[in-house]
Every structure is written in structure tokens, then in C-alpha cells.
Design a protein around this ligand. Structure first.
Ligand code: NAD
Ligand code: THR
Length: 373
């Protein structure tokens, strides 16, 4: 065998064994930038020692939405305040601005994104920018740009600079032809919203980059996330956050979905913990790169019933929005997350009663503070 061919085969074998069985090909031309560099061969060498973990430099895109500020504060406890940079195209509140590094970043601006990654020596990227399901249907071309073109930029920057990349997907990545009760990790995915289509695209592109270029891509399909101190950004599951706010503020809640609408939901603390846990899981424990995660599933009537135990005078009425109802009716009712539980030990803490108590305690104390002022 000619020496050159033999050496090439050995090099290829070494690349493949480092990259956990995936194929490390040459990157597409944009990813090479001006340095003509290939992706580092150990880019998805996915095990975290304490000293390595302490050195992570994290960027969160779309960080001023419902989830990003909470994620930043969670990760800052782990990696130190100055090692976690929040970014968005909106102006941060004073509180957010003072609580750690914030930077302007439009994910549609590839060069700016690359500059931020290089100048700040970023090692992990959490890509949270997106238009959610309801606002996405109201502005399809913007959703297509942010959710699809933006993702391409993020994938290229992450691959070029050997980052570990987390992109959240959603129950919305399934559609009316998917099994709904329960919905497994692998099944038909034919969503009918631009949001869902873009998230299936993100899952597939991320996994393609993983297998083709060794990009260390990870994705969790989140349920509807319920948070106390941040507002939802225009999704179909927003009602499950708003009911608490209205219950305490006005004692009345008008819901835009039917009472028997059942969807998977999760409290934000569980969601953020799952996100860090999967990012720190040893590579050999991960049999997949995209996992369902779940905590609870309830109908609106069941949610209202649980809130009524605490606020018996709450009045819930229904004024159905046909667009949101059609979306909800096409999504999973129960999410099968057995692979996440088996592979990396995922376990939720919050079920419906704890969720309701926690949310009402937060809003109750907020409103008492407001009244006192
Ligand atoms: N919140 C949920 O219930 C939920 C459930 C499943 C998945 N997710 C996913 O988690 C991620 C975060 O969700 P969220 O609820 O915080 O979303 P959000 O809508 O509240 O926030 C998204 C953020 O993206 C920013 N953004 C929009 N265009 C941008 C651009 N061009 N460049 C940079 N930033 C831009 C917005 O300003 C906004 O702050 C999203 O990818 C979402 O799909 C959320
Ligand atoms: C479910 C999730 O992706 C988001 N909260 C939405 O409703 O669009």
C-alpha cells in the first residue's frame, strides 16, 4: 500500500475514533473563514472534568426572553458571573444589565457573532433566539429568517470554533400525524407551524453537523415552560404562565384554549437543570443528540382546578383562539422522555401541585410588595 494512502487511512481512523463514531469531514467553505482551519478533531470530546468545567466561557443568544435570564443566572452560579454572557437584540433592564455581562448580538449577523465568539473565547453556546409558535405564524418570513437562517449562522460559528452547542427544540416539533399520547423521541415529525418546521430543521441540521463534522451538538425538546419571574414570548403555552399572574392580580382569567386541551409542561427550574445536566453528561452515556424531556401533563381544566384550591374566588372563562387551538391540538399530549431518564439520569422535581404552590407564592409575594409600596 503506498505510504501516503496508508497514512491517510490511519489519520481518518484516528479522527473517527476521537469523534465517537461520527465522520469528521472537511467543513464547508464559509466555516473555514480566513484561517483555512478545519474543525478541531476533539470538538465533540464530550467529558467534563472539574478544571475544564471551571474554564467554560458561555454565550447565550436570545437571552432576554422567557428562559435566557434564568439560564444565565443558573450558569453563573456554576461557571462564575463573568464567564456567562447574555446577548440579544433588545435593550436589557437595569437589573439584567447589572447582574452580569450583556452584549448586543443579532444572530442574523454572522460576522458579529463570530467576533463575539473569538473575542470572548467562547466555549459553550446556548442558542435561545427564536420566534415562538404563535408569533411565528403571525410573521412567517421573520420566523423563517430568525429560526432557520439564524440557526445556520450559529451552527457554522460553533463548528468553526469547536464549541459545544445547545439548541432547544420543543413539543412543537411534532404534528398531527405524530403519535400524541405518548410521543416518543423517534416518530413521524410533520409539524404544521413555521416554528415546528424550523425546529425539526434545527434538530436535523445539528445532528448532520455532529455526524459529518464532529460538532458537539445537543438538543432537548422542551415542554411548555412555566416561569414566575419572566414573561412568555408569544407561544401557544403562554396561558399556563398567564393564569397565575391574572389569578393574583385580577381574580379573573380568560383562556384562549378549550378546557380539555392537554399539553406537556415543565417548571423552569427543572428545564434549566436538565439543560446543564445534558451538557455535562459524559459523551458515552448519550445514545442520541436530541432528547424529549418531560415533567407533567395537564389540561387547562386540571390546571384551573389546582389553582382554585388556593384561590377559590378565581373566575376562569374561555374565549378560544382558533389559530392557537389548532396548534395545541396538533401537539403531543404526553411526552415520552424515557431515553433521557435512562441515558443521563433525567428526573423532574416539580409536578402540578408543587408548580402551583411555587407560582402562587411568587406572585403572592410580588403583589404584597406592590401593595405595600
Ligand atoms: N418558553 C417555552 O415554553 C419554550 C418551550 C420549548 C422550547 N423553547 C425554546 O427555548 C428558546 C428560548 O425560549 P424563550 O421562551 O425564552 O423565547 P422568547 O421568545 O421569550 O425569547 C426569544 C428571544 O430571542 C430574541 N431574538 C429575536 N430575534 C433575534 C435575533 N435576530 N438575534 C438575536 N436574538 C433575537 C428576542 O429578542 C427574544 O428575547 C427558544 O429557542 C424556544 O424555541 C421555549
Ligand atoms: C411549547 C413552546 O415551544 C412554546 N412555549 C410555544 O408555545 O410556542
Amino acid at each position: 500500500m503506498p505510504v501516503v494512502r496508508m497514512l491517510r487511512q490511519v489519520a481518518c481512523w484516528m479522527l473517527q475514533s476521537r469523534a465517537c463514531g461520527c465522520r469528521a469531514s472537511v467543513l464547508p467553505s464559509r466555516l473555514l473563514g480566513t484561517s483555512s482551519r478545519q474543525i478541531p478533531t476533539d470538538a465533540n470530546f464530550h467529558s467534563t472534568s472539574f478544571s475544564e468545567a471551571d474554564q467554560q466561557r458561555v454565550l447565550i443568544t436570545g437571552g432576554l426572553g422567557q428562559l435566557g435570564v434564568g439560564l444565565a443566572s443558573f450558569l453563573r452560579k456554576r461557571f462564575g458571573k463573568d464567564n456567562v454572557i447574555l446577548s440579544d437584540i433588545r435593550k436589557p433592564s437595569e437589573h439584567v444589565f447589572l447582574s452580569g455581562p450583556f452584549i448586543y448580538s443579532d444572530i442574523l449577523d454572522y460576522k458579529n457573532l463570530r467576533e463575539i465568539v473569538v473575542n470572548n473565547r467562547i466555549t459553550w453556546l446556548f442558542h435561545y433566539s427564536a420566534l415562538l409558535s404563535a408569533v411565528g405564524e403571525a410573521n412567517v418570513s421573520l420566523a423563517r429568517a430568525v429560526n432557520i437562517t439564524g440557526l445556520h449562522n450559529v451552527l457554522d460559528v460553533a463548528a468553526e470554533h469547536g464549541l459545544r452547542l445547545f439548541v432547544p427544540s420543543t413539543i412543537g416539533a411534532f404534528g398531527p400525524t405524530s403519535p400524541r399520547n405518548p410521543t416518543p423521541d423517534l416518530c413521524i415529525q410533520r409539524p404544521r407551524t413555521i416554528y415546528g418546521v424550523s425546529k425539526v430543521h434545527a434538530e436535523l441540521m445539528g445532528e448532520y453537523y455532529y455526524y459529518q463534522y464532529g460538532l458537539d451538538f445537543l438538543c432537548l425538546r422542551y415542554s411548555g415552560i412555566i416561569s414566575a419571574d419572566s414573561q412568555p414570548g408569544g407561544g401557544t403555552t403562554d396561558y399556563a404562565v398567564q393564569i397565575f399572574h391574572e389569578a393574583v392580580k385580577s381574580g379573573r382569567f380568560e383562556c384562549n384554549l378549550k378546557p380539555d386541551t392537554r399539553l406537556p409542561m415543565m417548571y423552569i427550574d427543572d428545564c434549566l437543570r436538565a439543560t446543564l445536566e445534558v451538557m455535562e453528561a459524559p459523551a458515552e452515556s448519550l445514545s442520541m443528540r436530541t432528547y424529549n424531556i418531560s415533567a407533567m401533563s395537564f389540561t387547562l381544566a386540571e390546571l384551573a382546578q389546582e389553582v382554585l384550591k388556593h384561590i377559590p374566588e378565581l373566575q376562569v372563562t374561555y374565549n378560544v383562539d382558533p389559530v392557537r387551538q389548532a396548534i395545541a391540538d396538533s401537539w403531543p399530549m404526553n411526552f415520552d422522555d424515557s431515553n433521557a431518564r435512562k441515558d443521563w439520569g433525567w428526573k423532574h422535581d416539580f409536578d402540578l401541585p408543587e408548580l402551583v404552590t411555587t407560582m402562587l407564592n411568587f406572585h403572592g409575594s410580588e403583589s404584597r410588595v406592590a401593595q405595600a409600596n
